[in-house]
Write a protein that binds this ligand. Structure first.
Ligand SMILES: Nc1ncnc2c1ncn2[C@@H]1O[C@H](COP(=O)(O)OP(=O)(O)O)[C@@H](O)[C@H]1O
Ligand SMILES: N[C@@H](CC(=O)OP(=O)(O)O)C(=O)O
Length: 482
């Protein structure tokens, strides 16, 4: 790889589904000749494909992986895999036009889907002998399946760009039919070996097959980890994440595009809080890689090419402000036991059960005899944790209920009375607040509401804490400059 000043840029699934429009904004736009190059693109699967391959990211609805894992019904996963092939075909038929390209993309999907099918089939048959345990291979299966989505989208994008006259090159890091073993950095290095960045545009799969196991270490959202590692390893001058909208003060689809404000500048602390709330501004592990390699990160709107977007760095702000309001559905797991007062160990036992069931903890509170965890997982998964705890603490009362958390986040919230003003706003909107907490560090305030009240809660807090205030002079300058 010959390197000059290049950028590494990631396109998420939602934007990938509109990849044709990206020709006019991001990939080509008003660029020509050399200006097209020195950009490495890392792509996610088309929107919804990974959900079908693994499981739905938000609802948990099983995909091929989950059906294969609990193969009570032997053939469910086979139909699901056929469905993925169909969905992939639908995705590329929406973006490609040329008959030759469509043929190649159809053939690509057929080869990968049928390859995966025979692989899973053979494994299932092998494991029927008893000496081989399916559970020993599940992680490899998860890796194999997830790689299909990114290989497909990168292949299709390369065809699209080549047809438009761009010298694009498909870089498949998914390890398909590759019998060599590589670490993450080796696979990246060998994938990009021989690429002339000044004259070629690499379209890299957001999934990397590697000895570390991308899924094992990072699970969903892994394409940001790939992106960050490529940016760090190739010493990119900037790492850019392209989104469907500007990174805004709330979800534009929920609050209205006209009401939200673009974030001109924020920091990794806010990005961590956002990803904790399921709003992946950036995967926390990816942020760490970029921070350590000293590569600047920018989040932009893929469809608004003239706008530099949001700069994310390590800097604190001079002007305290609520920057984002976001919400998440959660399940509250409450353990009450009178004997808890003054006794240690309850917390550790609950955490151990949560870890065993691999659920995501959003937040927690406790008092003398009660510990409550707010968890992002299916009700079914949390009920399993509850059953474990009931066995472990027969005298305890364990309660599980679905709720939502609405959170106001900013680099510095000091002096803004966010807790009090937020409570008022929610009360005025007629919403019952079940709990509220802030930490002394003053970067977020969380309000716990009924699960049906989440969207109204986001709108009420956004209106009171963000829309109601004029742009502070410093923030205004920052927005203008960005
Ligand atoms: N604060 C926010 N700013 C921008 N988009 C947001 C925000 N909160 C939620 N969203 C939603 O996130 C969706 C997907 O975001 P995007 O990052 O483009 O997807 P992907 O994860 O597929 O890359 C958008 O369609 C938008 O509705
Ligand atoms: N497609 C993968 C990887 C990813 O990062 O996707 P996105 O960039 O759309 O969040 C997933 O859904 O987990």
């Amino acid at each position: 790889m010959t390197t000059a000043e290049h950028t590494v840029e990631k396109i998420g699934g939602t934007s990938m589904s509109r990849v044709r429009e990206l020709l006019d904004t991001l990939f080509i736009g008003d660029r020509s000749g050399d200006a097209l190059y020195n950009r490495v693109f890392v792509v996610s699967a088309f929107g919804g494909i990974t959900n079908l391959l693994l499981e739905h990211k938000k609802s948990g609805t099983p995909g091929v992986y989950a059906l294969f894992a609990n193969a009570d019904d032997d053939h469910g996963w086979l139909d699901a895999l056929t469905e993925v092939g169909r969905a992939m075909g639908k995705a590329h038929h929406e973006v490609l036009e040329h008959a030759g390209d469509l043929n190649m993309a159809d053939e690509f999907v057929r080869e990968r889907i049928e390859g995966a099918r025979s692989c899973l089939f053979d494994l299932q048959r092998l494991c029927s002998y008893g000496h081989f345990r399916l559970s020993d291979h599940m992680l490899v299966i998860r890796e194999l399946l997830s790689g299909l989505g990114e290989a497909h989208s990168a292949f299709v994008t390369t065809l699209l760009l080549q047809r438009a006259g761009v010298n694009a090159r498909f870089i498949d890091l998914s390890g398909w039919r590759d019998d060599t073993e590589h670490s993450l950095s080796e696979r990246i290095a060998s994938g990009l070996e021989g690429v002339d960045l000044a004259r070629e545009m690499p379209i890299v799969t957001g999934y990397v097959q590697c000895t570390e196991g991308l899924m094992r270490e990072f699970d969903r959202g892994y394409s940001e980890v790939t992106f960050a590692n490529i940016a760090a390893q190739t010493s990119a001058c900037e790492a850019i994440i392209h989104k469907e909208f500007h990174l805004s003060s709330a979800d534009p689809k929920l609050v209205g595009e006209g009401k939200v404000r673009k974030l001109g500048h924020t920091n990794y602390d806010v990005a961590d809080q956002l990803s904790n709330m399921g709003m992946e501004a950036i995967h926390p592990k990816a942020a760490k890689t970029l921070r350590q390699a000293d590569v600047a990160l920018r989040v932009t709107n893929a469809f608004d090419p003239g706008d530099p977007g949001t700069l994310i760095d390590d800097q604190p702000t001079k002007t305290p402000d609520v920057e984002i309001v976001t919400g998440l559905k959660v399940v509250a797991l409450e353990l009450f036991e009178q004997d808890m007062v003054g006794v240690k160990g309850y917390d550790a036992a609950i955490l151990e059960a949560l870890r065993r069931h691999n659920v995501w903890i959003i937040s927690k509170t406790s008092n003398a005899n009660t510990i409550t965890h707010y968890i992002h997982a299916s009700l079914k998964a949390v009920r399993r944790v509850a059953r474990d705890l009931e066995e472990h603490y027969p005298a305890a009362e364990v309660n599980v209920r679905t709720l939502s958390i609405v959170s106001a986040i900013g680099r510095d919230l000091s002096g803004l009375r966010v807790l009090g003003r937020g409570l008022n706003a929610l009360e005025e909107a007629g919403l019952g607040v079940i709990a509220a907490h802030q930490t002394p560090r003053n970067v977020d305030v969380q309000f716990v509401l009924g699960s049906q009240d989440m969207d109204k809660g986001v709108a009420a807090l956004h209106s009171a804490l963000i829309e109601a205030r004029p742009l502070a002079p410093a923030a205004e300058a920052e927005q203008k400059a960005a």
